[in-house]
Design a protein around this ligand. Sequence first.
Ligand code: ATP
Ligand code: MG
Length: 206
Amino acid sequence: MSEDNHEDKKGAKHKAAMQKQKSNVDAQIEAADTERGVAILITGNGKGKTSSAFGMVMRALGYDMKVGVVQFIKGQQLSGEEIYLRDHCPQVDFYQMGTGFTWDTQDRSGDIAAAKKTWAIVIPMLQDPSYDLVILDELTYMIAFDYLPESEIITAIKQRPREQSVVVTGRGGGTALQDVMDTVSEVKEIRHAYNNGIKARRGVDY
Ligand code: ATP
Ligand code: MG
């Protein structure tokens, strides 16, 4: 077969496959007729959960939406997203658990107090229809460590305003939480640079 002929065949096959895919996608778009906010869980061991959530923050800001971001773990260092939001996006309500919570505290009662204080900031957000998007970064750990009652978190997410979207991130979101979310994505680790001795990179990892 000549090279041209081969390319023609590949082109026709590709076109047929794309047409089929388009009609499948179009049918799904047609069938989706519910307009409301979505609850999204980004979990799994791979890199990309928090950065995905901040990608949605950027999308929402593009439409001048009101955004709340609450981070349930205080990083040892500032993150680029925190610096940017604090300096350039006063319209974003940004909170971090603070009060010394890190992996190093090993102070369960102190951590629980910090978690409860932070959750008290989340509750009114999840009741306020003026928030279009609420990010609850690393919330899954609060459930995993039993720092906050899972049932209360689930109820608050379920009862949030109809138009409000909420994004929860963190490893190990349990099945009860998964069940209440509209979209659940698991970021699977294939490899992480860290395992080859590459240091966490400013502007990429934090
Ligand atoms: P990111 O914030 O980059 O989207 P993440 O939210 O998915 O990452 P976390 O579990 O919250 O991941 O970890 C936060 C930090 O740890 C980030 O600096 C990230 O690059 C790094 N990290 C993520 N996954 C891994 C991994 N599998 N091994 C080592 N470090 C990781
Ligand atoms: Mg994260």
